[in-house]
Write a protein that binds this ligand. Structure first.
Ligand code: CA
Length: 221
């Protein structure tokens, strides 16, 4: 999995980077809320955010994701073991919280639980006979390996991670493209047509257009 750790304490940040790296994850570390927001321009499979950052509360990252409809699993780290703040953490859309200091094994167990719930664990997403190996970055349809460009892969992965949900063009653009200069939502239509040519051509379609709303990846077979 690609994991974003937003934590300003160097000791904890490096423990998580090393420990989660040894578990086979790719770990991106951000030391501030600002860096965390920037890092989230790239899709992640899991967010781990500290609540006391130099420029704010890591829970704000979770709140922003949730208000944008992003269900990426999120664990909040807090040194403040008070019931009201724990409740606030869960209301903010976090899937779980871990109170510092914590044992690394406990964090691993929490990660396994929240990613299992979201279906993102194991580095493998299956929709019908489409298989995305998110560790090896390879895609198979009906056992045949598909050759995708990096941008096509990111788009397909975003659709697959949200399979069954209708995604608007604007939302896809925000999640999959660097939108510092707005390339326009027509770009999505173009890339969807590229993906369809590779993923769906000659097969039962998995990528569906929902008129006026956007796209959904779904096995309707
Ligand atoms: Ca902190």
């Amino acid at each position: 999995m690609r994991i974003l750790v937003v934590e300003d304490e160097p000791r904890i940040a490096s423990l998580l980077q090393r420990g989660l790296g040894e578990e086979g994850h790719s770990v991106v570390v951000a030391g501030t809320l600002y860096e965390g927001r920037r890092a989230l321009a790239e899709p992640v499979d899991l967010l781990i955010a500290d609540r006391t950052l130099p420029d704010g509360d890591g829970l704000d990252l979770v709140r922003s994701l949730r208000s944008a409809g992003d269900r990426v699993p999120a664990i909040v780290l807090t040194a403040r073991d008070r019931v009201d703040e724990r409740v606030e953490g869960l209301y903010g859309g976090a899937d779980d919280y871990v109170t510092k200091p914590f044992a690394f094994d406990e964090l691993l167990a929490r990660i396994a639980a929240v990613t299992r719930r979201s279906g993102a664990s194991g580095g493998r997403i299956e929709v019908g006979d489409l298989v995305l190996d998110t560790e090896a970055l390879r895609v198979y349809r009906g056992g045949d390996e598909l050759s995708l460009t990096p941008q096509e892969l990111r788009l397909l992965r975003y659709l697959a991670e949200n399979h069954g949900k209708v995604l608007s063009r604007t939302r896809i653009l925000g999640a999959v493209w660097d939108t510092q200069h707005d390339p326009g939502t027509n770009l999505i239509n173009v890339y969807i047509s590229y993906l369809r040519a590779k993923v769906d051509k000659g097969r039962e379609p998995l990528i569906h257009t929902v008129r006026g709303l956007g796209y959904v990846l779904e096995d309707r077979g």
